[in-house]
Design a protein around this ligand. Structure first.
Ligand SMILES: [Mg+2]
Length: 333
């Protein structure tokens, strides 16, 4: 099965170990012919361009129940799964949701599923099915997203000389989490970014139609970490200009270095990061901004080499290093 290499990090070391243990996958020719993309991209893609992804949300890992309304727990989880469809430039078809809640929490379950259905509706997807279970104490929600991508945009198409662009602005969701963790209430804009992210499905389709998407990923772990996956899959390096990174207004309220850290390493923005030939997007960017009321910003370039480097305004270059969200980084929260 076609696998795409991932970037550095404990979570991704564990995925590499699991995939190594799984062997080389099916060798039967019919089965091989059904699979166009396997592990390591945003979705698996099977023949005729059916794209599938799965995304899990665990209480006290991805959210706290006192931060969000039940419907928001459902909305953001489903939006995260749908964002992986956007990351292949796939058109959503439907979602399936498996939910576990503590006993006697029927209203909680109903509220969460109301949010799941709303996110599906907002992206033009149907609710196709699911599963409901009792949980000992925590909420666990697992969402499968199904879409159609006859010409999926993979992570592997970035080439030296391409430009790196991102949609929207970054660090808003992380600013909300930082506020809650410091015992403050996040601003309305930060809370919105965390609780009701918008999968960039229409934006990806618009860019794909114009032939400018050579590589694509969604920003779930933070720009630095997700760019490292794009770099690894494409066997290139990525140089990000820190002065160009569009910082979300809610993240920009603090010290500039802290704001940049939220934007580069915060995660859960669910914006898109793409590679396009140099000069290909400049002429489209203003039309994009007017169509979607959303920034489209060049943040760096693809270079020979590997990994992600940051170029400061003075010109000094340093490896981006760790700092994205990593479930298995070995440190305790
Ligand atoms: Mg993704």
């Amino acid at each position: 099965v076609k696998q795409s290499p991932l970037g550095a990090g404990g979570e991704f070391d564990l995925i590499r170990r699991i995939l190594a243990g799984a062997g080389t996958g099916p060798t039967e020719p019919w089965l091989q012919s059904q699979i166009r993309a396997g592990p390591g991209d945003d979705c698996a893609v099977i023949r005729d361009g059916i794209a599938v992804s799965v995304d899990m949300s665990v209480e006290d890992v991805h959210f706290r129940r006192d931060w969000l309304e039940p419907s928001e727990i459902g909305y953001r989880s489903a939006a995260a799964a749908l964002s992986d469809l956007a990351a292949m430039a796939a058109r959503p078809i439907g979602i399936l949701a498996a939910l576990a809640v503590p006993r006697r929490e029927a209203d909680l379950a109903a509220g969460i599923m109301e949010g799941v259905a709303a996110a599906a509706h907002d992206s033009g997807a149907a609710l196709l099915g699911g599963d409901l279970s009792r949980s000992p104490d925590r909420v666990v929600l697992d969402v499968v997203a199904l879409g159609h991508a006859p010409n999926p945009v993979m992570r592997s198409g970035a080439r030296p000389g391409h430009s790196i662009w991102v949609t929207g602005s970054l660090g808003g969701a992380a600013a909300a989490v930082a506020a809650w963790e410091q015992g403050r209430s996040p601003s309305a804009a930060a809370r919105q970014a965390f609780a009701r992210p918008t999968p960039r499905v229409a934006e990806a389709a618009w860019l794909r139609e114009r032939g400018v998407l050579h590589a694509l990923i969604d920003l779930s772990d933070g720009l630095a970490g997700d760019a490292s996956h794009l770099a690894a899959a494409s066997d290139v390096g990525i140089l990000l200009d820190t002065a160009l990174v569009p910082v979300h207004p809610a993240a920009a309220e603090g010290h500039p270095a802290a704001a940049l850290r939220l934007a580069l390493h915060g995660g859960e923005d669910y914006e898109l990061c793409l590679a396009a030939p140099a000069g290909a997007i400049e002429a489209l960017a203003e039309q994009f901004r007017q169509t979607f009321q959303l920034p489209l910003t060049r943040v760096g370039s693809v270079i020979r080499g590997s990994g992600v480097a940051l170029r400061a305004p003075g010109g000094s270059v340093a490896p981006a290093g760790a700092g994205g969200f990593d479930h298995f980084d070995g440190s305790e929260p």
